[in-house]
Write a protein that binds this ligand. Structure first.
Ligand SMILES: Cc1cc2nc3c(=O)[nH]c(=O)nc-3n(C[C@H](O)[C@H](O)[C@H](O)COP(=O)(O)OP(=O)(O)OC[C@H]3O[C@@H](n4cnc5c(N)ncnc54)[C@H](O)[C@@H]3O)c2cc1C
Ligand code: SF4
Length: 479
């Protein structure tokens, strides 16, 4: 057996920190433990090659999972990597942060038969991390440069996947982003303990080395209008994500120390990246030694509670108005949070924030689940005279995101949106109502997943290529 075959699956750069707080677990091995001392080859050889690849069907990118598991089991890691990267622009990212329990792994035949899934995500991560180490991941080398240029607004996974696909075809690509770093929510939303920042940074560096131009700190709507960019490029892609935080309209909502989730997570991520973050350094956005209350039950809420634990909060409570079975967040994430000492206050809804100047606590109503509503989910109903108090030094609102008003923001009222504020696109081509302007990722789906953004980025790249080829042909005809 080769040395590579004997290599244990790595557990990521950020070793889980040691902790001793009350009766909590001493260290955070939860997301890593199943991989420790398990060889990638052993995991891969557990795949039964069942011939009915439900895992592949339930992967948004239709990754050829059975084949790269077989290659890994045989120690043919370079081929496994080549195959895995042929359908995915960032396999090492997806391997780390896809909710595999809802996608590939949740549909693994071995899981279905009660024997525990093949840990597909961790093998995918291993294959690609190993490829980086071996020097097999190289910048794009363009054979035939094309003169046509494409402007991409948004350097999140949708924009980056499209940029890579189009650059490979020889187009001139400029990516504009209002943040100071590329990566979108992969850099400032998703915490480092789930997705180490160096993983995102080495990807964007590779794209830059492949000839993609990045213009950071450039906000479309402020630094240029959409129309100006349309004139500058042969085609445009809008991949701006969704950032308008849903609000909570309760008495006391304007008290100090009540923050939207992204403010809290961005400060923590910036700090982790080595930036000076005044509001973190002066304690305002730092959970250390404080009673933290997070409102919400999705994956963003889980990231906030788990970040608070890592910042050494005194107590961390998560308020959710339904019960555990009806929580929108990944079951795996909830289990991780529970294991780390987060207290879930199920069936509870905030009624009022209390405090003078700064929040000091909340009055919370108890909830019971009533009859199913139009969506089929049981409706939360307040139980009369059931309220109780919770102490809080910081409250974090993690109630989800809506799209910003892009037509207004971009100074382009003609740009059509759906009733949810997402961009309206042609179902087949992903083109908006403005010719040559395409859209992809969360801005057309609503808040979703990195893997779906990558899928959109790849699909829209094909449409943009078709559009530009027709444009070029019609120019030739006129000439
Ligand atoms: C806290 C949090 C945790 C998450 N965890 C996970 C997870 O574990 N797994 C998972 O799969 N998904 C997760 N997601 C969802 C995932 O991050 C998104 O679905 C994905 O990043 C969407 O990609 P995108 O490219 O469409 O947009 P984004 O990643 O949001 O990128 C959009 C980019 O556009 C830029 N932009 C916006 N407006 C402008 C403008 N006017 N001018 C210039 N630039 C602009 C932004 O700065 C940003 O860089 C999480 C989301 C959040 C908020
Ligand atoms: S991209 Fe996500 S869903 Fe697809 S195989 Fe990888 S981890 Fe599974």
């Amino acid at each position: 057996m080769s040395e590579k075959m004997l290599k244990f699956v790595k557990i990521g750069q950020q070793t889980p920190p040691k902790r001793e707080v009350g009766n909590r677990k001493e260290d955070f091995n939860e997301i890593y433990k199943e991989f420790i001392n398990i060889k990638a080859s052993e995991q891969s050889s557990r795949c039964s090659q069942c011939g009915v690849p439900f895992c592949q069907v339930h992967c948004p990118l239709s990754n050829n999972i059975p084949d790269w598991l077989k290659l890994t089991a045989e120690g043919r890691l370079k081929e496994a990597y080549e195959l895995s990267q042929s359908t995915n622009n960032m396999p090492e990212v997806c391997g780390r942060i896809c909710p595999q329990d809802r996608l590939c792994e949740g549909n693994c035949v071995i899981e279905q038969s009660g024997h525990g899934t093949v840990t597909i995500g961790s093998v995918e991560k291993y294959i690609t991390d190993n490829a980086w180490e071996q020097g097999w991941v190289n910048p794009i080398k363009v054979k035939n440069e094309k003169s046509q240029s494409i402007g991409i607004i948004g350097a999140g996974p949708a924009g980056l996947a499209a940029a890579e696909q189009l650059r490979k075809l020889g187009y001139q690509i400029t990516v504009y982003d209002r943040y100071d770093r590329a990566g979108g929510l992969m850099i400032y939303g998703i915490p480092n303990f789930k997705l180490e920042k160096f993983v995102v940074e080495r990807r964007t560096k590779l794209l830059e080395e492949g000839g993609i131009k990045f213009v950071q700190n450039f906000e479309v709507g402020k630094d240029a209008t959409l129309e100006q960019l349309r004139k500058k490029h042969d085609a445009l892609l809008i991949a701006t994500g969704v950032y308008k935080a849903r609000e909570i309209d309760l008495p006391g909502k304007d008290l100090g120390n009540i923050f939207p989730a992204m403010e809290f997570l961005t400060a923590s991520n910036k700090k982790g990246l080595g930036d000076k973050v005044e509001l973190f350094d002066n304690g305002t956005l730092n959970a250390e030694g404080k009673n933290i209350v997070v409102i919400g039950g999705g994956d963003t809420a889980m990231d906030c509670v788990r970040t608070s634990i890592r910042q050494k909060a005194k107590s961390v409570k998560c308020l959710y108005r339904r019960d555990k079975e009806n929580m929108p967040g990944s079951a795996r994430e909830v289990a991780n949070a529970e294991e780390e000492g987060v207290e879930f206050v199920w069936l509870s809804s905030p009624k009022k924030f209390i405090g003078t100047n700064k929040v000091e606590g909340l009055i919370v109503d108890k909830i019971k689940l009533g009859e199913p509503d139009d969506s089929g989910r049981r409706k939360p109903e307040i139980q009369n005279d059931s309220n109780f108090n919770i102490k809080a030094d910081i409250v974090i609102k993690a109630l989800g995101f809506d799209p910003e008003n892009l037509p207004k923001l971009f100074g382009c009222e003609d740009l059509q949106v759906t009733k949810w504020g997402t961009l309206k696109t042609n179902f087949d081509t992903m083109e908006t109502n403005l010719p040559g302007v395409f859209a992809a990722g969360d801005i057309i789906r609503g808040a979703s997943l990195v893997v779906w953004a990558i899928k959109d980025g790849r699909d829209v790249a094909t449409s943009i290529k078709n559009f530009l080829e027709i444009k070029e042909l019609s120019k030739e005809k006129v000439a």
